[in-house]
Design a protein around this ligand. Structure first.
Ligand code: SAH
Ligand code: SF4
Ligand code: F3S
Length: 476
């Protein structure tokens, strides 16, 4: 019987992509995936360190395996990803029965390390050296061999795939652990990215989501000194047959250049959707965060976006309760949501992270209940803005890439041939509608008739109305 692998993935899209690749390598070594954790031969946790909560969850999951491992000493437990890189040996201190600790730069070693663990090796660790600001060349990763490994079953849907174009981050925002866990920023060679996109298209992908921590800072310099930036890369990817949509996350405000925005405007496959976190509405706080821009710089960028790509939607991340955040400073984040009218914002309570500049230099002095209240307040304002923006779509027809059953329909028992389906517009808005499962993977014209802050409800436009063949819901 094939060996059984259980893998749990938390954190960002980078981690989901890493898990996809690890699963692809392990399948080659005779593993198959299981959802039964205690029936598995190997259990892997792909971990995140961005906030304490993510780490606590992993440590508590490890705790529940203590007895199991005692009774099943031949089974393997591995901790991979950002927490492996950040905590290193500390993981063995807290959970000595863990067999492997593997950083994000060493994932290609996993099959070999599992083999050695099966042969009796204990507490093996493969991680990069710990990095501090200014030490830019300590964690290097061989993407040539690892990134092309893909496993379609691990994708968000069969029609969507992540594609890494950049690893690491050199920005060193004072609150953030990512430059330590993911190492220096490096762009992947553009031709390699295009080749991978072609493979994904051949496997049925309609949408590719380009990944980088500061994806719009993407740069690749070839041996002759020729430079490729994101705008050029998008032009190359636009030519890949079969790919219908291209998105890229996450953007850094200072690198939203005119040529990039012109590429977004001129290339039909590139989504007019830009995730560009502002993080905070106050210059003072942005300075403490060392984000490298002021609110005025961000405003200038927004005007550039609105001028060049008037139909663009912009979304943001915010941190509330960062070191020393006063009530007045918090209010500026509220003001900025009203001003910039983000499509949506991910809002996080500041979580002090070991090894960051903020931890070393600034007290984490906003009480938890204040952080919680500010989080709720900001979210309420964002919801109000999101609802208004979505309401402007009522009566309009949008092209929706159908992803599959809606969350609600996925939970229901078989409810007949008409199913609630779910998809996204080119500008990343979620739309649900009555349809059928054969529509998954198609791009359908849908007229919006109702909305909440998060979800628009619509109806498929019929063939009669568009002249285009459309698969209609089968009426029973
Ligand atoms: N590279 C991306 C984001 C990476 S982390 C960027 O620069 O935008 C995703 C989000 O987590 C960040 O945008 C930030 O809002 C949040 N975040 C990062 N570190 C955090 C911390 N210590 N506490 C709370 N939120 C944090
Ligand atoms: Fe973290 Fe800042 Fe880099 Fe984003 S840009 S990953 S927030 S250090
Ligand atoms: Fe978390 Fe690492 Fe991503 S810390 S957010 S999994 S880069």
């Amino acid at each position: 019987m094939a060996k059984q692998l259980f893998i749990d993935t938390v954190g960002c899209q980078m981690n989901m992509l890493d898990s996809e690749m690890v699963v692809a390598t392990l399948r080659k070594n005779g593993y198959e995936l299981t959802s039964d954790i205690k029936g598995a031969d190997t259990i892997l946790f792909n971990t995140c360190s961005v906030r304490a909560h993510a780490e606590d969850k992993t440590y508590s999951a490890l705790g529940t395996l203590r007895e199991w491992k005692k009774n099943n000493p031949n089974k393997i437990i591995g901790v991979m990803g950002c927490m492996a890189q950040k905590d290193q040996k500390k993981i063995f201190d807290r959970a000595p029965y863990v067999d492997l600790v593997v950083g994000p730069g060493q994932l290609q070693q996993i099959p070999e390390l599992i083999q050695q663990a099966e042969d009796g090796a204990e507490q093996q660790m493969a991680v990069g050296r710990l990095r501090s600001e200014g030490s830019l060349n300590e964690i290097k990763r061989s993407h040539e061999t690892f990134d092309p490994l893909r496993d379609p079953t691990m994708r968000p849907t069969p029609f969507q795939a992540y594609l890494r174009i950049q690893i690491g981050c050199d920005k060193f925002c004072t609150y953030c652990v990512v430059p330590n866990t993911r190492g220096p920023e490096q762009g992947r060679p553009p031709l390699q990215i295009v080749e991978e996109a072609k493979i994904l298209a051949d496997q049925g992908c309609k949408e590719i989501i380009l990944l980088g921590q500061t994806v719009n800072s993407y740069k690749y310099v070839d041996a002759d000194g020729g430079e490729t930036r994101l705008a050029e890369l998008l032009e190359m990817l636009e030519q890949v047959d079969g790919i219908k949509r291209i998105k890229f996350v996450t953007n850094y405000p200072k690198d939203m250049t005119v040529p990039l925005l012109e590429a977004v405007r001129d290339l039909p496959k590139v989504s007019p959707y830009l995730h560009v976190p502002l993080q905070h509405g106050s210059d003072e706080v942005l300075k403490r965060m060392k984000r490298g821009y002021t609110v005025a710089d961000y405003r200038e960028m927004m005007h550039r976006i609105w001028d060049i790509v008037p139909d663009a939607t912009v979304s943001s991340d915010f941190i509330v309760g960062f070191c020393g955040e006063t009530e007045e400073e918090f209010q500026t984040s509220i003001d900025s949501i009203y001003e910039f009218k983000f499509k949506n914002s991910f809002i996080f309570k500041y979580s002090e992270r070991e090894g960051t500049k903020a931890e070393a230099q600034m007290p984490d002095d906003v009480p938890y209940d204040v952080k919680q209240r500010r989080n709720n307040e900001l979210l309420a304002v964002q919801n109000e803005i999101s609802l208004k923006a979505n309401e402007a779509f009522i009566g309009r027809t949008v092209d929706v890439l159908v992803e599959g059953l809606s969350k609600k329909a996925a939970k229901q028992e078989d409810s007949g041939p008409v199913k609630q389906m779910c998809g996204r517009t080119h500008c990343d808005r979620i739309v649900v509608f009555d349809g059928n499962e054969r529509q998954a993977g198609q791009i359908l014209p849908i007229t919006v008739y109702e909305t909440t802050p998060f979800t628009m409800f619509g109806e498929v436009v019929t063939q009669h109305q568009t002249g285009e063949p459309v698969l209609l819901p089968i009426q029973s």
